[in-house]
Design a protein around this ligand. Sequence first.
Ligand code: CA
Length: 442
Amino acid sequence: MTPAAPFLDETHDPSRASLVESADDPATDFPLQNLPLGWGRPVPGGPERMLAAIGSFVLDLAGVRGEGWLGDLPSSVLGAIDGPRLNALMSCGAEARRALRRALVALLDAASPVPIGRLRKHLFAADTAELLLPASVGDYTDFYASVFHAENVGRLFRPDSPLLPNYKFVPIGYHGRASSLVPSGTPIVRPSGQVRPDPAAPPSFRPTERLDYELEVGLFIGPGNRLGDRVAVGQAEEHAFGLCLVNDWSARDIQQWEYQPLGPFLGKNFATTVSPWVVTLEALAPFRAPAVERPAGEPAPLPYLDDGLGGLAGGFDVRLDVYLASSAMREQGLEPARTARSGLANLYWTFSQLIAHHTSNGCNLQPGDLLASGTVSGPDDGERGCLLEATAGGRTPLKLPSGEHRRFLEDGDEVALAGGCERKGFRRIGFGDCRGRVVPAR
Ligand code: CA
């Protein structure tokens, strides 16, 4: 299955305008051609609904279904709009998702059969809507798919052999914690934990002094696989629903003392911020990219990780940015400072390979499970997706526009991730907000 070409259809036509005017603003993340899906309360305190983002509004899908404006869709899709969350829709598969997309594009098109006056009843201002986690996430797995991140971090600990010998054979990951996934905007309480900064002194328990962000992209699983079954790499995308932004907040001092021999634990699972909008594989179709080419002499993927397409379009060309704003910067009216710009096409392992690997032992993935990429870093200095890398473990602090310096995050710091896709001949699409502000330890 070649993912790119067959998915392109009339919904990607860049000349199509929307009857929702703000969707035609070139700066919006949410033109007609995107239509990411989410879950939340369109009216604060009101009932929860499945939502689609269009310009500066959210569309209530149950509302437009009630009008009969989605009439041709299969009853399974119409029923899935009631949730729970996006999980029911995720279990329906790619055909259902595409049918819903076509129906929504037709409804919101400038030539919609429904006049804006009637549609307005089901559109709500995005800036007051309460957006929740898009899915009820049963399991969350975090990978380590950027070789640049692995090398940068490895170099800090093992200058002579930054990359462990398994890296180019095995997609490295660990089981994260689903209960502490939080939607964008949730305050991040500075975690406390056991640390041992001085190997000659005993460990102590205290608030972390090395709080960090990690720039990541998450993939929500659509239809799952039965326990015991494997998903072939060539079929992996049939189990994918869409992408979101993920900030895997990390306490480096806690992580460093606890991580051997079983890997990350309390240094990671105190909070993980997820963007509320899921950008579907269909919306991303124009922005497919070849997987990173392995330099000559590197091991070829084992057959179960090789899709036979030479990585033709296994990647996604998503530009990713991190912005940081301190309390002082906000007080001085300064714009957030960009601390990194990276790109998802840099990943060493594609999401298809991550799905194939995750299920290679018969482990079952379920609709709404979240697979995160790991920190997405690139080869250049400005492409380091966490402070551990950007400050070389705290040795070279970043200077903020306020004159402050940062080795790691301070209370009051707000981190915002941004993602966007641009390609000539297509409308730019974006991922919306993924932000969190650090508040003092309790
Ligand atoms: Ca991570």
